[in-house]
Design a protein around this ligand. Structure first.
Ligand SMILES: NC(=O)c1ccc[n+]([C@@H]2O[C@H](COP(=O)([O-])OP(=O)(O)OC[C@H]3O[C@@H](n4cnc5c(N)ncnc54)[C@H](O)[C@@H]3O)[C@@H](O)[C@H]2O)c1
Length: 276
């Protein structure tokens, strides 16, 4: 157990598996009280109870982050349990790939909803407990608590990617949102940064042949990438391999920790050197 995030309260969306779950575990090991949020209730509860069984503090608050009322509900539940909020990680997401000339409006809209609109709503709902709370501390000369937002972007957003017009647009959109929050809330000491991952080994990047899918309003959206493409990507990574979820979580801890106290509005590329 470390103490980098001692007594801080963190909400992490998409924390039932993959990068979000690894981040929840790591933040808890560093002393944070963690709200594990995900559309998939059972695995989210498992992550929270695993954290508690290891001596940490966590609850699960499940729901689909794209439902307009859910972000406010998530903030309310978190405040009801822990009374404050220090770290907000907008991580929930998936891919719905297709070539642009065949992409439907629904496919396009779904990516904007989950990767840009939902984070916007969640940050807005968090404003009273992050922006306003920090402003009050400043106005009344009280000790300032650490507070930050971390948004998850992608190299697809920064550089574009074949078959991902929808995802790339949303993942670059969140960079604009990140920099705007950094400018609006930086005045009160609330930092906002983004992490653009390259190729992290999760359900999203596993072999398509594994036949994983996500249910989007009754439609099964296939996840994963063809194994041939997976092999090719690895050749383009100077470190020669995909990143692990623990390594991905490490980058988030770095940005949430006191060592990043002067890092604001930054987009950290976590790629093993891909694309340099
Ligand atoms: N894996 C990579 O290489 C990679 C690269 C770049 C960016 N990312 C981003 O990292 C984030 C995490 O992805 P991951 O690779 O860990 O995938 P993952 O599928 O392992 O985990 C994503 C989690 O988000 C949840 N989720 C999806 N839609 C949701 C919704 N509407 N409401 C609530 N929860 C929802 C899923 O249930 C899942 O538990 C995503 O934003 C993804 O776009 C991943």
């Amino acid at each position: 157990m470390g103490s980098l995030l001692e007594n801080q309260v963190a909400i992490i969306t998409g924390a039932a598996r993959g990068i979000g779950a690894a981040t929840a575990r790591l933040f808890a090991r560093e002393g944070a009280k963690v709200v594990v949020s995900d559309r998939d209730e059972l695995p989210a509860r498992d992550v929270a109870s695993e954290i508690r069984s290891e001596g940490g503090d966590a609850i699960a608050v499940s729901g689909d982050i794209t439902i307009p009322a859910f972000p406010a509900h998530l903030i309310e539940e978190s405040i009801a349990k822990y009374g404050r909020l220090n770290i907000l990680v907008n991580n929930a997401g998936y891919t719905w790939d297709g070539m642009l000339h065949k992409m439907t409006d629904r496919q396009w809209q779904a990516m904007l909803e989950v990767h840009a609109t939902a984070p916007f709503r969640l940050i807005r709902a968090a404003a009273p407990y992050m922006r306003d709370a920090a402003k009050d501390e400043q106005a009344f000369g009280r000790k300032r608590e650490p507070r930050c937002v971390i948004n998850i972007s992608s190299t697809s957003g920064l550089h574009g990617n074949i078959g991902q017009a929808n995802y790339s647009t949303a993942k670059l959109g969140i960079v604009g949102l990140t920099k705007t929050v950094a400018k609006e809330w930086g005045a009160f000491g609330v930092r906002c940064n983004a992490v653009a991952f390259g190729y992290i080994d999760t359900r999203l990047t596993q072999s398509k042949e594994a036949n994983e899918s996500i249910d989007v309003e009754g439609e099964q959206v296939a996840l994963g990438i063809p194994s041939q493409l997976r092999d090719m990507i690895q050749l383009m990574i100077p470190l020669g391999r995909a990143g692990t979820v623990e390594e991905a979580a490490g980058a988030l801890l770095l940005l949430a920790s006191p060592y990043a106290a002067y890092i604001n509005g930054h987009v950290l590329e976590v790629t093993g050197g891909m694309g340099i």
